[in-house]
Design a protein around this ligand. Structure first.
Ligand code: AVJ
Length: 384
């Protein structure tokens, strides 16, 4: 498997269900998840006026015995040649916060561009996808759900009520988003799933009937290696019925200078986001990284058509990691490859959708053609 690989479903055994009181400490869940401990399964009678009694349910991933822990993954990737770290570990509580800040940077045009496309297209998307029946809105990698609010509002306007199923690896951000949305929309119900995409999808197809609109936005697809992105889209397709739709947002390939600035902002927020991986190793695995001795690197590779992020050691150094019981050695200039963000041409996106069993219903992009949003339906499925 390639380095930024898709974690197999088989690694997971099941999920815990939790009814959470607003304000309950999700940091514990974040920590437990990363320490590889089974989640505490608490059933809490919900009792907050802002949230109501039955509009929120949270499901947490239970770690199967065979699932690699953060320590396992660090042991594999930091002792590999060349060194790397899986990008999914960016998103602990601090990393999710930093990512939200990235989304507000003018250089990181992806978020604002996609949000603008969604505002313009919301009613059309709802009309196309709903087919007269109440839609369930599902989102893979929902984060703060801010961009999604446009679609939530449009769906509520059309059908009066809505079930929203956000799936995100960070329980803290999931819970914050849910509280905000439930307070804003009294007829909204939320089932949050604090787990990886694949597991969330699998859980979902078991429990939801009725037409679904699945969102996979923000160019999250770009974190998958090409073969894995195909595999993952096929996986989504497998979980969709003939009435369901997928809304896919992806960054397009364009001016390298603009692409690079998006991943190397002058205020250094992306550098902090990148270095948070090392800090997370310090916090959770007893690492002794000094982040000042690493530089943030981001560059566009025209051969691979991707932006790569790395952390480059400024000096020869040895860094102990307590939980692993080993010392990782760096020579000056050596890098840790932390992320790939693939960029696509429109033709590639069309072909990708087709080979994965989708037909394009509509596609949108911004005038300079930096970002694409496609509404897809399972191919071969009868329309109405
Ligand atoms: C969340 C994967 C879409 O690739 O643009 C942002 C992550 N990394 N800045 C992206 C990211 C550095 C982002 N995705």
């Amino acid at each position: 498997m390639s380095r930024h690989d898709v974690r197999g479903l088989s690694l997971w055994r099941g999920q815990g269900q939790e009814l959470l009181a607003p304000g309950l400490d999700h940091r514990k869940a974040d920590r437990a998840a990363t320490l590889g401990q089974p989640q505490a399964r608490t059933l809490v009678g919900v009792s907050n006026a802002a949230v109501g009694s039955s509009r929120l349910r949270m499901d947490h991933a239970l770690r199967g015995r065979k699932a690699p822990s953060f320590a396992d993954d660090v042991r594999t990737s930091l002792w590999d040649v060349p060194k790397w770290l899986p990008s999914k570990y960016f998103y602990d509580e601090r990393g999710s916060e930093l990512f939200e800040r990235i989304c507000t940077l003018p250089e990181y045009y992806l978020t604002s561009t996609e949000a603008q496309i969604l505002r313009g297209a919301a009613s059309e998307i709802v009309a196309e996808a709903s087919m007269g029946e109440d839609l369930v809105l599902v989102e893979l990698g929902s984060g703060s759900s801010r961009k999604t609010q446009t679609l939530i509002a449009a769906l509520l306007a059309a059908q009066g009520r809505l079930l929203y199923v956000p799936i995100d690896i960070s329980p803290t951000i999931l819970h914050q988003a849910a509280e905000r949305l439930l307070a804003a929309y009294p007829t909204l119900r939320i089932v949050g799933k604090a787990m990886e995409h694949e597991q969330g999808l699998a859980a979902l197809s078991l429990e939801q009937q009725g037409p679904k609109l699945v969102l996979f936005l923000g160019s999250s697809l770009g974190n998958y290696e090409p073969a894995d992105s195909e595999r993952f889209l096929r996986e989504i397709r497998r979980h969709l019925g003939p009435q369901d739709h997928l809304l896919l947002g992806a960054d397009l390939c364009h001016d390298p200078a603009v692409l690079e600035a998006a991943y190397d902002d002058p205020t250094g927020v992306t550098a902090l986001f990148n270095k948070n991986l090392l800090e997370r190793i310090n916090r959770e695995l007893g690492g002794r990284f000094s982040t000042e001795s690493f530089d943030h690197l981001a560059f566009f590779s025209p051969e691979k058509v991707r932006v790569e992020m790395h952390l480059r050691s400024r000096i020869d150094q040895q860094v102990p990691i307590e939980a692993i019981g080993e010392v990782v050695r760096f020579s000056a200039g050596e890098t840790i490859h932390t992320e790939n963000c693939y960029k696509y041409t429109r033709e590639q996106l069309t072909t990708l959708a087709e080979v994965c069993g989708f037909a394009q219903v509509t596609s949108w992009s911004d005038p300079p053609d930096r970002f694409s949003v496609q509404l897809l339906r399972p191919r071969g499925a009868s329309l109405r």
